[in-house]
Design a protein around this ligand. Structure first.
Ligand SMILES: *Cc1c(COP(=O)(O)O)cnc(C)c1O
Length: 389
């Protein structure tokens, strides 16, 4: 019996060009974004705004910070409801709770996207939707925006898994009022920790820049709105420090230039795995819509019979293939399910619970080659045969 031996959590090295830029920053000692001139952070903001077609970008300390900053800038108050996906990861309800607000969880579908029927039922319970493109699955964005626009609900997009992705040619993060991205090690660019925010709205951009802790140096943001816009918000925004530093921006700039190439490399691996998994008994791949240009940095399968899923996951694990099972009792590793968030008022979400019980998830590291994907495919097919056939 063959066993897979590569780790599922290994990253590629940081590009040499990025390392050289980081070393230069350290030699100069100017690691604070507002002390550096010229600033890598400001340049990163200008470059990311251009890349996504946004008027404004802001680099911050993490993806979670980006989401919290967006909610604060939108004026979400303690006690307010904020709509979000019932299937997402802990930083999303965490960012809502961090501003004292209350997650209102919306069911997801078997395609792992927000259930628009449940959204239509719940849309009046909040003024903001924190839409999580969980595991890179993008919902029908025009349909979602129509529901939210009609109800006056502002959309913030959590693009932690969709940096470089698009729906109908329009980038993920550019449909709602604000797009939030993570540059944390396990996402599509790697600065250890880090986040990016985009918006077209100058008032939101100014508020978020002030919130992130810009003192009187806010004009040095790489895409700063005019002084008159800042003047409207200056004294009103508390400093909730969460800036990005020069070192992180220095190593992110070359990575962002490579994003499309990396996305294609991810998708080559994703397609190889998907092709192999179609032969696995008892397991179904999630079909990707035509309009969705995704980045296949992870892959999910649904089991027809959740009763045998534990045996399948254990069988694969014994042969070096590490599935995460979202239906497991307790959160393990980076998985999480809504009933693990005990600070969130309990929700009745039968549809989501039924899906999570059948859902498994595999990371697709770029350190795997196509032969690795083929081997994983063979192991999964043979273990599925044992567990489900
Ligand atoms: C990683 C992640 C975030 C936020 O990431 P940080 O670790 O705070 O940078 C947000 N949403 C999802 C779905 C994530 O996986």
């Amino acid at each position: 019996m063959e066993t897979f031996t590569k780790p599922f959590t290994r990253q590629e090295p940081i590009p040499e060009e990025a390392i050289a830029a980081a070393v230069e920053v350290m030699r100069g000692g100017a690691l604070h974004r507002y002390g550096a001139d010229p600033s890598h952070v400001a340049a990163l903001e200008a470059e990311f705004a251009a890349q996504t077609g946004a008027a404004h970008a802001l680099a911050v300390a993490s993806g979670g910070y980006a989401m919290g900053c967006a909610l604060r800038a939108l004026g979400v108050q303690p006690g307010d409801g904020v709509l979000t996906n019932a299937f997402t990861l802990a930083p999303v309800p965490g960012a809502i709770a961090a501003v004292g607000a209350r997650p209102v969880l919306v069911e997801v579908t078997e395609d792992l996207v927000l259930d628009l029927e449940d959204l239509a039922v719940k849309v009046d319970r909040a003024d903001v939707l924190m839409l999580s493109h969980m595991r890179g699955h993008i919902v029908d964005m025009p349909a979602l925006m129509e529901i939210c626009d009609a109800a006056g609900v502002v959309v913030v997009e959590d693009c932690a898994h969709t940096m470089g992705a698009a729906w109908a040619g329009h980038p993920s993060g550019r449909w709602g009022a604000i797009g939030c991205y993570s540059c944390q090690t396990y996402k599509h660019v790697n600065s250890g920790e880090g986040g990016l925010i985009v918006t077209d709205d100058p008032d939101l951009a100014a508020k978020m820049t002030l919130l992130s802790g810009s003192y009187m140096l806010y004009a040095r943001n790489g895409t700063a709105p005019e002084e008159a816009v800042f003047a409207r918000h200056k004294g009103l925004m508390p400093n909730v420090s969460g800036r990005m530093d020069e070192l992180r921006a220095a190593i992110l700039r070359p990575q962002l230039r490579d994003l499309q190439t990396q996305a294609e490399r991810w998708n080559t691996r994703y397609r190889a795995l998907e092709h192999a998994f179609r032969e696995a008994a008892g397991l179904t791949v999630i079909e990707r819509p035509q309009a969705e240009a995704f980045v296949g940095s992870s892959i999910q399968l649904l089991a027809q019979d959740p009763g045998r899923l534990g045996a399948f996951v254990d069988g694969c694990a014994a042969r070096g293939v590490e599935w995460k099972w979202f239906g497991a009792e307790r959160a393990q590793g980076f998985t999480s399910a809504h009933h693990h968030w005990e600070y969130v008022p309990a929700h009745d979400l039968p549809r989501t619970d039924g899906i999570l019980a059948r859902l498994i998830d595999l990371r697709v590291p770029l350190t795997f080659d196509l032969e690795d994907c083929a081997q994983i495919g063979r192991i999964v097919v043979s273990e599925a045969e044992r567990a489900f056939a």
